[in-house]
Design a protein around this ligand. Structure first.
Ligand code: PAF
Length: 295
């Protein structure tokens, strides 16, 4: 596995692969890698001739007072892990490489990026879209892989790819969970043992909302209340939002259906945990009319 730090070198590798007719997969990450990232890399290795994993703690997606400085980092462990999964290139640019002096152009996601996490993290999705477009431009992948724990992020990036006529296909991948249901996240490392013990309540709340739907409940407000009532049992949790939206465009819905995304974010100690559920009994591979995924 090769470590590449400049955009120029990354482009040269990708150009050389293309000349040989090889397909390329990209897994964008901010590092401190866990099996959730590992599952994206494994899928990319299966589906492409070459796999690039990027590690870049992107300053433009962090707001003032957020955890940019303290975001967990362990480059050596990450490199050993990615090598063991047969990634071909670890792309690890420095901030000055991605945002040289005078950098002034951003990709906005004004519609989808203001809802859900965007409401409490202004500018976050502008930073995400901008860096992902730059990473796609550097690696020129056929496919890019994203976890559905960050469902809003995935839907925004897929819209960006469509709106800007990008050649990369954006691939959604199932959330990977700990045995007790907690969605894997680099930020779980912020939790104290006591907080970690109660953290799966977020998932429990979402499963209770799903049970409400399965039992015939269709009121969006009620489905969201099921999540907030579950979390209310643990005073260390502070709910940021629980919202039911249409998975296709993230617009709020009043009635829940199989294509509703119920997304939530909650603070627990130093961590801000996010998770979601799509009320689709057969999961993201379900096909709609015309053989295309419904969302
Ligand atoms: O999901 C993440 O880790 C980041 O938001 C991403 C997509 C790597 C962009 O910095």
């Amino acid at each position: 596995m090769e470590i590449v730090t400049s955009v120029r070198d990354m482009k040269a590798r990708s150009r050389a692969w293309r000349k040989q007719g090889l397909s390329v997969g990209l897994v964008p990450t901010m590092g401190f890698l866990h099996p959730g990232h590992g599952s994206l890399v494994e899928r990319s290795v299966l589906e492409n001739s070459r796999t690039v994993v990027s590690i870049f703690v992107n300053p433009t997606q962090f707001g003032p007072g957020e955890d940019l400085e303290s975001y967990p980092r362990d480059r050596d462990r990450d490199a050993a892990y990615m090598k063991s999964l047969c990634a071909n290139v670890l792309f690890m640019p420095e901030p000055g490489e991605m945002y040289p002096p005078g950098f002034a152009t951003y990709v906005e996601a004004p519609e989808l990026g203001l809802r859900l996490c965007g409401a409490s993290r202004p500018g976050h999705f502008r930073g995400v879209c901008t860096v992902v477009l730059k990473l796609l431009n550097a690696a020129s992948p056929d496919r890019a892989y994203f976890g559905l724990k960050d469902a809003q992020q995935f839907f925004i990036l897929r819209r960006m790819a469509r709106d800007l006529d990008l050649d990369t296909s954006m691939v959604p991948c199932e959330t990977v969970r700990e045995e007790d249901g907690l969605a894997m996240s680099s930020r779980n490392s912020y939790l104290t043992p006591e907080e970690r013990a109660v953290a799966p309540l977020l998932r429990k709340g979402l499963l209770a909302a799903e049970a409400y739907f399965r039992d015939g409940g269709r009121e969006a407000l009620k489905a969201c209340a099921v999540v907030s009532e579950t979390l209310a049992a643990e005073p260390r949790f502070s709910l940021d939002y629980a919202e039911a939206v249409a998975a296709c465009d993230l617009r709020p819905v009043s009635r829940v259906s199989s294509e509703t995304l119920l997304a939530c974010a909650a603070r627990l100690g130093r961590a801000r945990l996010i998770d979601n559920i799509i009320f689709d009994p057969s999961g993201p591979s379900r096909k709609g009319r015309g053989g295309r995924p419904c969302w």
